[in-house]
Ligand binder design. Structure first.
Ligand code: CAO
Length: 425
């Protein structure tokens, strides 16, 4: 099966998480992703959160599948020469350096566009133009500045960050869409363009329902929030809503059998209006189907705490999977709280390639998350992340067409690393 992005060459100047998430997606769709790393060190995440000595960390391996690695010191004259050859050869340059770093290497948009008018320059920065544009940013900073932290957690607690990496991986996803859109546009214009994604903007895009609620507050209390049922007045900004559903169908996390000793014995339960009648029957409150205080979604809003307490009395009699089976018979939307241990063992996720076992030469076998986007006519196998500089020689010779003598010269200039070792392997 052919791959959707076959033939697209990506100059991958990314590091840590946001940029690598983006280029990994493009690589899964078949793009040739050439990761440029600093000789000797490489992407800092290779050595961060290491679980095995001298082995690329899972942090690195799980974000850099299906790529090739070339080490190149972009600040040496020979390194710059190779870099410009890559700029001329590739379709897209992706980077997420701190603001100004790319320009300090001499890679301004004007020069790139002049050297290769078809090239797309895709960048992640923490903030867009404005008072914070020069700031360095990591995941949790973006979650805080993008509105997520102020609206996550419980009303009586401090702002919370979430485990989902919406700042890094979320921005990487946005950037990947920007790149394929620019590639599509290029088929019409013949020209590349700049694609910029700010982490703050991407987080905000994912939090748009909270900006919705901010504006609703001008017209009255947010009646679906538990806070409303508890009679607690709203302030002037969208509050933290605990586990309340962010949509129009009230939902909560409820205890299931075993919750006393299992931290994940919980179920998310949604009281969707369409299935109110079976919910009442299952929990043993058939009278609520017709009682005017409970029969309509609006009537139920002030009673949500009472309703969910009653539903929880039922869920606590069942384990989360049993409850799920019973409720699904009636199309009641619900979901078990799955631990990472349970997800790692999930047969369906393994069957679809969303959980994959990968073989790595120095690490051995490990689990990773495969491509969550499934195309029917473009396969997407996961191959291991590259060792540092593993493809330096190959890229110089076969992509950039350097002769043997030129490769020797580049190697001896110190602009690349590990070339002799790799060449001898
Ligand atoms: N050869 C020579 N120099 C190289 C190189 C190479 N192959 N690759 C990188 N460098 C240099 C850069 O040119 C830069 O040098 P100068 O500052 O002297 O110009 C330097 O390495 C470090 O780059 P950096 O400032 O981007 O890296 P950092 O570790 O200090 O900061 C981060 C990391 C993530 C905070 C910053 O890159 C950033 O804010 N990026 C944008 C936002 C982003 O993507 N954040 C998400 C990260 S994931 O949580």
């Amino acid at each position: 099966m052919s791959k959707a992005l076959e033939g697209v060459k990506i100059l991958d100047f990314t590091h840590v998480q946001s940029g690598p998430t983006c280029t990994q997606l493009l690589a899964w769709f078949g793009a040739d992703v050439i990761k440029v790393e600093r000789p000797g060190a490489g992407d800092a995440t290779r050595a961060q959160l290491q679980d095995l000595p001298d082995v690329d960390s899972l942090y690195f391996t799980m974000l850099n599948h299906n790529k090739r690695s070339i080490t190149l010191d972009s600040k040496t004259p020979k390194g710059k020469e190779v870099l410009w050859r890559l700029v001329k050869e590739c379709d897209v340059l992706v980077e997420n350096f701190a603001p100004g770093a790319l320009a300090r290497m001499g890679l301004t948009w004007e020069k790139i566009h002049e050297a290769n008018p078809r090239m797309i320059l895709a960048s992640v920065k923490g903030f867009g133009p404005g008072r914070y544009e020069e700031c360095k940013v990591y995941e949790n900073v973006a979650q805080c500045a993008g509105g997520s932290a102020s609206t996550t957690g419980f009303r009586d607690g401090i702002p919370m960050v979430t485990g989902a990496q919406i700042g890094d991986s979320g921005t990487g996803l946005h950037l990947a869409l920007g790149i394929v859109t620019a590639l599509f546009h290029r088929t019409v214009t013949g020209l590349g363009q700049k694609v910029d994604c700010a982490m703050q903007d991407s987080v905000l895009n994912l939090c748009r329902v909270k900006l919705r609620d901010q504006q609703r507050l001008d017209h009255g209390p947010l009646t679906e929030y538990s806070q409303f049922g508890e009679g607690i007045p709203f302030g002037d900004s969208t509050p933290r809503a605990g586990n309340d559903s962010g949509g129009g169908q009230p939902g909560r996390i409820l205890k299931c059998k075993g919750w006393e000793h299992d931290p994940n014995a919980y179920l998310y339960f949604i009281t969707q209006a369409a299935v109110w009648a079976p919910i009442c029957d299952i929990i043993g409150e058939p009278g609520w189907k017709t009682d005017p205080g409970y029969a309509t979604p609006k009537a139920r809003l002030p009673h949500l705490n009472e309703i969910f307490t009653r539903i929880e009395a039922w869920t606590m009699k069942h384990d989360k999977f049993e409850a799920m089976d019973i409720l699904n018979e009636y199309d009641i939307p619900c979901g078990p709280i799955l631990s990472m241990k349970e997800i790692a063992a999930d047969e369906s996720l393994r069957k679809t390639g969303t959980i994959v076992e990968v073989e790595h030469p120095t690490r051995g076998t490990y689990l990773t998350v495969g491509n969550p986007i499934k195309l029917s006519a473009s396969s997407s196998e996961v191959t291991r992340s590259p060792l540092l500089g593993e493809h330096t020689d190959e890229i110089l010779r076969s992509v950039l067409k350097y002769t043997d003598a030129e490769v020797d010269e580049i190697a001896h200039s110190g602009a690349v690393g590990r070339i002799e070792k790799i060449a001898a392997e």
